[in-house]
Ligand binder design. Structure first.
Ligand SMILES: Cc1cc2nc3c(=O)[nH]c(=O)nc-3n(C[C@H](O)[C@H](O)[C@H](O)COP(=O)(O)OP(=O)(O)OC[C@H]3O[C@@H](n4cnc5c(N)ncnc54)[C@H](O)[C@@H]3O)c2cc1C
Length: 319
């Protein structure tokens, strides 16, 4: 109930306007966001690198409703790639296709993504396409495949274990040499598309994770690059201790080296776990979101964990 309400509010324009004008909310939201500017975000990535972690930078933003904004977002993303290169931080980049116009104009989105991938390729960097709600899945996979056909191999995908189609899509993408971040899924989906029960979502995650880990055993499967930019095939994108333990144990059981998988966590969540994974020698990539459009991202983080709401409310009353 509460999760559904928060996900609904994450898309409500009236709520966004009200909340974003409230300075104190911004302060709390920044627990999950690495600042509002690229300079701040790069500083965060430097600290993460010092702590033995790599990163994927994400300029926050969701549905874009004008060609002008889609194009300027594309230009910003290219600037992020340049700044990663100049600063020498160990980071690649994540983006959402709706930021660059997916629901506005398919061809425009393709054009902007190609510019981004071309630029990333010239810098030897990698771009992960985040997965959005289920209405975007077919189009996102189609665009990914188009980019591969055009010769861009510096691009990877995200699969969501709450979707019934997750395994099937994963197998198709693996056949095409795709690297995949597996997550549970952060949107509200109907029961005919996604498992309503959390235990089924978790179970499917383990099932698909096994497929990914086995795919990474193949000799030709990539290893994580030294500069942290190019990933291995499987990335477990989760804070769930049980799933992470399973991933580590299964990888050990099948003899998969640590640099043939990644564990990815969101900035500001389960720092204890992030640090202990580094100590154990696992590649840990932190998803580092930044920018002024933090509202929907913040609301989805509240929806994931009711305790965050109490954290949020208690901070509102602190001086
Ligand atoms: C690197 C990364 C990238 C992602 N990319 C996408 C994407 O492209 N598309 C998409 O739909 N979803 C994405 N997600 C979000 C994902 O789908 C889940 O909504 C989110 O990760 C919460 O699920 P969980 O796997 O951590 O497990 P859960 O079962 O939700 O949580 C397990 C435990 O993790 C901790 N935890 C989880 N969430 C929070 C939180 N918000 N605050 C504090 N503690 C928390 C708690 O201790 C909780 O008990 C991504 C997640 C990660 C980590």
């Amino acid at each position: 109930m509460l999760r559904n309400l928060l996900i609904y509010l994450s898309k409500a324009e009236w709520m966004r306007k009200t909340v974003m004008e409230w300075g104190i909310v911004r302060k709390v939201a920044l627990r999950f966001v690495a600042g509002e500017t690229l300079v701040e975000a790069i500083e965060v990535v430097k600290q993460l690198n010092k702590a033995g972690m790599i990163a994927t930078l994400d300029q926050l933003g969701e549905d874009t409703d004008s060609e002008e904004i889609a194009r300027s977002t594309g230009e910003h993303i290219i600037r992020i790639l340049n700044t990663i290169e100049k600063s020498g931080v160990k980071s690649n980049l994540s983006l959402k296709l709706n930021q660059i116009g997916l629901s506005l104009d398919y061809d425009l989105c393709v054009e902007i993504l190609e510019d981004i991938l071309k630029h990333a390729q010239s810098l030897g960097n990698f771009v992960r396409i985040d997965m959005e709600d289920s209405t975007c899945v077919n189009k996102t996979i189609r665009i990914y495949q188009l980019m591969r056909d055009k010769g861009y191999d510096n691009v990877g995908m995200v699969m969501q274990s709450y979707l019934y189609r997750c395994e099937e899509d994963t197998r198709v993408l693996l056949d095409q040499g795709c690297t995949i971040r597996l997550v549970k899924g952060a949107y509200k989906e109907p029961a005919h598309i996604a498992y309503p029960k959390k235990s089924d979502v978790d179970h499917n995650f383990l099932h698909v994770m096994k497929i990914l880990l086995e795919a990474s055993l193949k000799e030709e499967a990539p290893t994580l690059s030294e500069d942290g930019k190019w990933p291995a095939i499987p990335a477990a994108g989760t804070h769930d201790g049980n799933i992470i333990n399973f991933t580590k144990e299964y990888a050990t059981k099948i003899g998969l080296p640590k640099n043939k998988l990644e564990i990815q966590l969101l900035f500001g969540i389960r720092r204890d776990l992030q640090e202990s994974l580094v100590k154990e020698g696992y590649p840990v990539r932190i998803y580092v979101p930044f920018g002024t459009e933090w509202y929907p991202y913040f609301m989805r983080r509240l929806a994931e964990r009711p305790a965050n709401i109490w954290f949020f409310i208690s901070n509102l009353f602190k001086k």
